[in-house]
Ligand binder design. Structure first.
Ligand SMILES: [Zn+2]
Ligand SMILES: [Zn+2]
Length: 310
């Protein structure tokens, strides 16, 4: 955990360097958008969240590994840690025991919880209880033990940076221009992209539990937040997600665009995705009072809309 926190601080500290005259480039923006789709949407949304946490779809093994590796390249923790945290969140959403409810403080739900010790996720018992289906996966255990997922992030950062410098020396006229391109690529494709994906993922936990509209009467503060949905390619339709956690699609109305799900649909059409979980909202949640403000008092883990760990 120490190394994770040290890495979060270090990577944040490098971000201002991307905005100097020598390093700021407009092509950094498309790099962010594309980088977010590859690593954030395919890695975190699809790999860590919908596939590992909720078994929302199946893919050929090499693709499943690729989604997990893309997720690791976002430096959001080991897959086992992430899934364990998120399943606890679903079980205790916005009540006692939720690892990151922003009910009292936005900043707590956004990122303070990450660097605040939570003994639960240090204990093997917790993993045995919340991620028993994944504990037998040697690759996931390997990534988790000794924080090797952090080394994988480092390896991908070195590889991507190497590619940037290689492209610079191939396509730039002078060595100075090549070095400048390599530095710009490192800052935008690795550093700023990692920080961008962090914060938009964390906005799902913070903003989408505070602001937005509700399609369903879940017993938590989850909201559909169009801005977060736009940034995260679909994860901001968070009230929908809490109403039907297993569903692969998080956009339930026609205007609730979910590009992550569109991608799964495309894979399904060519036979590369199957067992895609449909949207099934229990009647009492579909018809529940949508404007009810959840209260930690009296809420129980068996409450309305509460999901057991899957
Ligand atoms: Zn939530
Ligand atoms: Zn979820």
């Amino acid at each position: 955990m120490f190394w994770f926190l040290a890495a979060i601080v270090s990577v944040h500290l490098l971000v201002p360097l991307a905005f100097l005259p020598y390093t700021f480039v407009w092509w950094g923006l498309p790099v962010l958008v594309i980088g977010n789709f590859i690593f954030g949407s395919l890695g975190i949304n699809l790999g860590y969240h919908r596939m590992l946490t909720h078994s929302a779809a199946k893919f050929p093994k090499p693709l499943e590994r690729l989604w997990v590796l893309f997720g690791v390249c976002c430096m959001e923790g080991s897959p086992l840690w992430w899934v364990c945290t998120h399943r606890i969140h679903h079980q205790h959403s916005d009540e006692e025991g939720d690892p990151h409810s922003p009910k009292d403080h936005f900043y707590w739900g956004h990122m303070e919880w990450i660097y605040t010790a939570d003994d639960r996720r240090q204990k093997l018992d917790t993993y045995a209880r919340y991620v028993p289906d994944l504990m037998g996966d040697k690759f996931l255990r390997w990534l988790h033990r000794g924080e090797k997922w952090l080394l994988v992030w480092l390896a991908h950062a070195v590889a991507l940076t190497g590619l940037g410098f290689g492209a610079g020396f191939l396509f730039c006229d002078t060595a100075d221009a090549a070095v400048q391109f390599g530095v710009q690529w490192f800052l935008w494709a690795v550093i700023v992209r990692t920080v961008y994906v962090w914060h938009i993922t964390w906005l799902v936990n913070s903003a989408s539990h505070r602001w937005g509209y509700r399609n369903y009467g879940t017993n938590d503060g989850s909201r559909n937040n169009w801005f977060v949905a736009l940034l995260t390619n679909g994860e901001g339709w968070h009230n929908n997600h809490h109403a039907a956690p297993r569903a692969c699609s998080q956009g339930h109305r026609w205007w609730e665009v979910d590009l992550t799900f569109t991608f799964v649909r495309a894979l399904q059409l060519v036979g590369l995705a199957w067992n895609v979980a449909a949207v099934k909202v229990p009647k009492h949640i579909a018809e529940g009072a949508k404007e009810s403000v959840p209260s930690s008092e009296g809420a129980t883990s068996e409450g309305q809309g509460r999901q057991p760990p899957e």
